[in-house]
Design a protein around this ligand. Structure first.
Ligand SMILES: [Zn+2]
Length: 240
């Protein structure tokens, strides 16, 4: 039975190794999704600054047209001067010209502000583009790393699972079935060390007579409290 105990202990180690890699594997798609999110946010930020530039450029085009129309309006008003008959009419015309000129001045101020906005937006785009390029490179590196990890885990799992199958084939069928049935519910602790007359699975004490037998490692003995399989490390022949 000692060999069987040894095999079970090894099997349990292997099952833990498999489980930890499976857990790790589950994290990878989540990390990949996070990376996608970063990439999207990056793109959205670039779109935002580009849209701001386009809006400012369109605003300026509109105001340029307004100014042109304003200039034509002034010319048209001025061209009426020769037809003026009275002083009153003349004053009124001058007043009208002045109003349009003031409007044109306001449009020019607007245009200046829009040009500043365009310069700022163009600068922002350059920054956002270089930031985005850096981030894209970092994301690509990280993605490559994740993919390598995934491949490494898969390769390790394939090797370990092969080992597991070989080992499991050497365990007596009923014992193996008993072990496998309980592995999940006992959180990977089916075979545990008995130490200082206690079970290291549930930490309850083992009756002295039972402990004497556990120390021999010659039969499958279970803890009377948690029914885990017990072994005594000091007298167990090292695994081969
Ligand atoms: Zn126990």
């Amino acid at each position: 039975m000692e060999e069987q105990l040894n095999l079970l202990i090894q099997l349990q180690d292997i099952d833990r190794a498999i489980r930890s890699r499976q857990e790790e594997k589950k994290k990878l798609p989540v990390m990949l999704t996070e990376l996608e999110g970063k990439s999207e946010a990056n793109k959205a930020e670039l779109d935002r600054v580009r849209e701001a530039l386009e809006a400012a450029q369109k605003g300026k085009r509109d105001r340029d047209r307004d100014l042109e129309e304003g200039g034509q309006k002034v010319e048209k008003l001025k061209s009426r001067t020769p037809d003026i008959k009275t002083n009153k009419e003349y004053t009124a015309l001058l007043k009208e010209i002045e109003t349009v000129e003031q409007e044109n001045k306001a449009i020019e101020d607007d245009i200046l502000k829009l040009m500043e906005k365009i310069d700022a937006a163009a600068g922002e785009i350059r920054n956002a583009e270089s930031r985005s390029a850096e981030e894209a490179a970092a994301i690509a590196t990280e993605r490559k790393q994740l993919e390598e990890n995934m491949a490494k885990l898969d390769a390790e799992l394939a090797t370990i699972e092969r080992e597991r199958n070989e080992l499991a084939a050497r365990v007596d069928a009923p014992l193996l079935a008993r072990y496998q049935k309980r592995y999940g519910s006992l959180a990977g602790k089916v075979v545990v060390e008995a130490r200082g007359e206690s079970c290291t699975g549930c930490f309850m004490s083992i009756p002295p007579q039972l402990f004497v037998n556990v120390k021999k490692n010659t039969e499958i003995i279970t803890c009377p409290h948690c029914s885990r399989i017990l072994y005594y490390k000091e007298t167990l022949t090292p695994r081969t």
